[in-house]
Write a protein that binds this ligand. Sequence first.
Ligand code: MN
Length: 203
Amino acid sequence: MAFELPALRYSFDALEPIIDAATVEIHYTKHHATYLKNLNTALEKYPEFFEWSLEKILCNIDQIPEDIRTAVRNNGGGVYNHNIYWASMAPGQSGKPVGKLAEKIEDTFGNFMNFRTEFEKAGLGRFGSGYAWLSTNHEKQLIVHSTANQDTPLQEHLVPLLVVDVWEHAYYLKYQNRRAEYLSNWWTLVNWEESEKRYLAAR
Ligand code: MN
């Protein structure tokens, strides 16, 4: 069974005015869908890996045959990262973390604004293309970090809770070169219920 594109949980215009409908549509139906198509094409040569989960493939990338490894790393990572990115957002959000994750953010960073500043810094500091993340490590501590290109937190043995895409394709139509403005506006879209679910599962 080939990998499939998870359905978007909202309409293309649902994230307006923070992210415009054209950006969401192109990002999902072209960028995300192309990573998926390329991942499936690469794996066709070794269909036994269709039995694996995407997480298992990315965590054990050294077990993927060398001739398709780079394609699987880049396109599999592209699929995985976008799956989490779309789920990290939803319309009509409160803008505030909830539950156990909210408590852990306070414990770790002192307060939400400190966390927010650190997260935005990770996104702004990512030279070129990539992502800013909130993840947990082996010790169940919260980590703010960034990844390049389509690398994933899984390769660093981290469990992702929240992600923002800082590739230019994620914001260029509306924000052009203003990545900082995209990042500071983005918080009102964050689906904290989803991050709380991921955090509880990771514990
Ligand atoms: Mn993207």
